[in-house]
Design a protein around this ligand. Structure first.
Ligand code: DGL
Length: 244
């Protein structure tokens, strides 16, 4: 079984991709909506939540856990997790998707991811010639999580990003929530946009029955509604309480 994790709805797009690639695998998706947005939490709080949440996924049978969240990946949880499951972070794999030709790269992320400078560090290794600018969009994950109207998202992005228009070769949507606003980013920036959805992952060795379970630490009904509105998926989502 493969666990896919995010603070909220962002990781659902990567889950969708993974199910298209590995339809015979069993998946469990956990959204920690009791604590979303992660991007404004501090590192110790995040690491504690992540340890608990990933352990819970492992207890449900997940042998591999894809951390479909840049903020969580930026804490270094893939190295720090205490448990048996293989934990995969997405930042280095996302950087590999940036076109070779891009010299000036804009990284758009949550405040935590920006402060960690994880993208800058990875890109300094992968392509030392590139000029990288990291920009925090502190309200956007929250707006997307709460299904904010597109016009409001566009107005927010225009306010935050107008100054960067025409200055960069490519932008990384370095928060898994952000691709839900891909059209609005495209309208404001008009440059190629890269995200985590097509990252290369090694195929699992064993297949399952193709089952899917979607759980949240928030409201199951609310996640079902979000899923319907954003993905056109009709699924019953369960609420779970994850104890310390
Ligand atoms: N979707 C997450 C990310 O990729 C976190 C958003 C949040 O909860 O702030 O960074």
């Amino acid at each position: 079984m493969i666990g896919v994790f995010d603070s909220g709805i962002g990781g659902l797009r990567l889950l969708d991709q993974l199910r298209q690639r590995w339809g015979q695998e069993d998946f469990i998706y956990l959204a920690d909506q009791a604590h979303v947005p992660y991007g404004s939490l501090d590192r110790d709080t995040l690491l504690e939540l992540l340890q608990q949440n990933l352990r819970w996924l492992e207890d449900q049978g997940a042998k591999t856990i894809v951390v479909a969240c840049n903020t969580a990946s930026a804490t270094g949880i893939a190295r720090r997790y205490i448990g048996q499951a293989q934990v995969i972070e997405i930042i280095s794999k996302t950087c590999e998707l940036i076109p070779e030709s891009a010299r000036k790269i804009l990284v758009l992320a949550t405040p935590f991811t920006v402060q960690s400078h994880r993208y800058k560090q990875v890109l300094a290794q992968q392509r030392p010639q590139a000029e990288v600018k990291e920009v925090g969009l502190s309200c956007l994950a929250f707006m997307i999580e709460h299904l904010c109207p597109k016009q409001e998202i566009l107005a927010y992005l225009q306010g935050e990003l107008r100054a960067y228009r025409g200055q960069y070769d490519a932008a990384v949507l370095a928060c898994t929530h952000f691709p839900f606003a891909r059209e609005q980013f495209a309208e404001v920036l008009q440059i190629p946009l890269i995200d985590s959805e097509s990252i290369a992952l090694e195929a699992p060795k064993k297949a399952g029955q193709g089952t899917l379970r979607i759980v949240t630490t928030g409201s199951g009904e609310q996640l079902s509604r979000q899923l319907h509105q954003l993905m056109r998926w009709d699924a019953v989502c369960e609420h779970v309480q994850i104890e310390k």
